[in-house]
Write a protein that binds this ligand. Structure first.
Ligand code: PSV
Ligand code: MN
Ligand code: MN
Length: 427
C-alpha cells in the first residue's frame, strides 16, 4: 500500500483555495513583526519526529485489547505503515525499533525497504523487561541490576546485540529503559541495585560505537510500584555523567509524577548538554501514553520554548536531539493518532519559534512577570496551522494528512491486504 504523488497533488489542488487566505493573513501578521516567513516555514519543514515500531497496532490496556484490523504483522509491514505517514506529512522520516519485538532478520533488505520509503532508523531500544521464549534467565527480579551476575550478563549481551542490529541499519543511538526496581519496602538494597546497574551500563557503553549515544530513560513507577532503580532525571543524569559524553538522558513526557515541571528539567539537562532525546506522548494521570498535545499542549510549547531559548541555532537543535513518539492507541486508529501527535509536536515547535526572545529577556531582566507572560501567550495563541500546511504543501506532503488518509480509505485497504486477525507486536 503506497500513496502516490499524484494522489497528494490532487488533494492539495483541492485544498489550495481554502488555504490561501488564512496563510496570507498569518504571513502578513508575522512579516509586520519582522519574522521571515519563508525561513520559518523551512524550519518547520525540516523538523522530523521518529515513529516507534511498537505503536503501529491497537495497544489496549491490561484489561483488554480491541484490534483495529489491518495491523502490520511483521517489520516490513510496519515500515510500510511509517512510509504511509511520511508520504502524508513528510515529517515522520524515521523509525525507532524495539528489539526483540522487531528483529530485522535480513538487515540489508530491511534497510533497503526503509530507503524506498525515504526512511532512516532512529534509536534502537532494548527490552529486558519481558522474558522471551528462548531466554535462559528470567527478568522477574530485574535485569541490569539483578542480584545474579548471570542475569546481568544476559541483559548486557542483549543490549550489545541491539547495538549490532542498529549498526547494520544505520542507527546512531541505543535507548535503555529499565523496568528494574522493587514492589515492597525492604525488597531491594537501593545502593547495591544502583551500583550494579551503573556497572552493567559501563559494560554496554564500552561497546558503543564512537559516533553513537546511549540514551537513558527514567520512570518513577510501573511495573514496579515501590521503587524503580532509575526513577528520575537526577538518577539518569548521574549514571550518564559517570559513563561519559556519549551517554545522555532521555525524557519521556509520561514518566513524571503529576504536575512535575518538565520544562525546567528539560532546561537543566539541555544546559548541561545531557539532553539526548524525547519520548513524546501526553498524560492526565501517569504513563498514559496518550496522543501528544491532547491534554497539555501548553506544557509542550513550554518545553520547546526552553530548548529554543537555550540554543543559538535551531537547525543544530533539531539535529542534535532524538525526537520520538512513545504512545499507545486504545481507541483510535494508530496511524491517525500518530499523525495527530506529529502535528502537535510541530505546532508546539512552530509556536516556540515565534516567541519574541529579545522582549522576553528584557521582561525577565526588568522583573516584569506580566510582560513575560504576555509575550509567551502571544506566541502560544497564534494559529500556526496555516504555516504547517504551507510547509507540507511545499514539501509535497498532504495539506490535510488525516483528511487524505480518510479520503483514500487507507485503513480499509490495509484490512483488505492484511486481514482483521493480524496483531502488531509492541505496546
Ligand atoms: C516504558 O514505559 C516505555 O516508555 C519505554 O520507553 C519502553 O521502552 C516503552 O515504554 C515501550 O514499552
Ligand atoms: Mn518511553
Ligand atoms: Mn512509558
Amino acid at each position: 500500500m503506497r500513496i502516490t504523488q499524484q494522489q497528494i497533488s490532487e488533494h492539495n489542488k483541492n485544498a489550495r483555495d481554502a488555504h490561501e487566505s488564512p496563510f496570507a493573513f498569518i504571513g502578513e501578521e508575522l512579516e509586520k513583526k519582522g519574522i521571515d516567513v519563508d525561513l520559518l516555514i523551512n524550519q518547520i519543514a525540516i523538523f522530523q519526529v521518529a515513529i516507534p515500531s511498537w505503536a503501529l497496532g491497537a495497544g489496549g490496556t491490561r484489561f483488554g485489547r480491541f484490534p483495529i484490523g489491518g495491523e502490520p504483522g511483521n517489520l516490513e509491514e510496519k515500515i510500510s505503515d511509517v512510509g504511509i505517514l511520511h508520504a502524508l506529512n513528510r515529517s515522520s522520516g524515521a523509525i525507532s525499533l524495539h528489539i526483540p519485538w522487531d528483529i530485522p532478520e535480513d538487515t540489508a533488505a530491511i534497510k533497503e525497504l526503509a530507503r524506498e520509503h525515504d526512511l532512516v532508523f532512529d534509536a534502537v531500544n532494548s527490552n529486558t523487561f519481558q522474558d522471551q521464549d528462548d531466554q535462559e534467565y528470567s527478568y522477574k527480579f530485574g535485569s541490569l541490576s539483578h542480584t545474579d551476575k548471570a542475569v546481568r550478563q544476559q541483559a548486557i549481551e542483549h543490549n550489545i546485540e541491539v547495538i549490532q542490529y542498529g549498526e547494520a541499519l544505520g542507527s546512531k543511538a541505543l535507548t535503555v529503559w529499565l523496568a528494574d526496581g522493587s514492589n515492597f519496602p525492604g525488597q531491594q538494597n537501593f545502593r547495591k541495585a544502583l551500583k550494579r546497574t551503573s556497572e552493567s551500563l559501563q559494560e554496554i557503553y564500552a561497546e558503543l560505537p564512537s559516533d553513537w549515544e546511549m540514551l537513558i530513560e527514567y520512570k518513577p513507577y510501573e511495573p514496579n510500584f515501590y521503587s524503580m532503580v532509575i526513577p528520575d532525571w537526577g538518577t539518569s543524569l548521574l549514571l550518564a555523567n559517570k559513563l561519559g559524553d556519549q551517554a545522555q538522558t532521555l525524557v519521556d513526557l509520561g514518566h513524571h509524577l503529576p504536575n512535575t515541571n518538565i520544562e525546567q528539567i528539560v532546561a537543566t539537562l539541555f544546559l548541561e548538554k545531557k539532553l539526548g532525546g524525547f519520548h513524546f506522548n501526553d498524560s492526565k494521570y501517569g504513563d498514559d501514553d496518550l496522543t501528544t498535545g491532547s491534554i497539555k499542549p501548553f506544557q509542550l510549547f513550554l518545553i520547546f520554548n526552553e530548548l529554543i531559548d537555550g540554543t543559538d541555532d535551531c537547525d543544530d537543535l533539531v539535529e542534535s536531539i532524538a525526537w520520538m513518539i512513545d504512545a499507545s492507541h486504545n481507541v483510535k486508529d494508530p496511524l491517525e493518532d500518530l499523525l495527530q501527535s506529529v502535528e502537535a509536536i510541530k505546532k508546539a515547535y512552530a509556536k516556540a519559534l515565534l516567541v519574541d526572545r529579545k522582549r522576553l529577556e528584557e521582561a525577565r531582566e526588568s522583573n516584569d512577570p506580566t510582560g513575560a507572560q504576555s509575550i509567551l501567550q502571544d506566541a502560544f495563541q497564534t494559529d500556526v496551522r496555516p504555516l504547517l500546511r504551507e510547509a507540507r504543501m511545499r514539501d509535497k506532503a498532504a495539506a490535510d494528512p488525516i483528511g487524505l488518509y480518510r479520503d483514500l480509505d487507507i485503513r480499509k485497504q490495509l484490512i483488505e491486504e492484511r486481514g482483521t486477525e493480524t496483531i502488531a507486536t509492541g505496546l
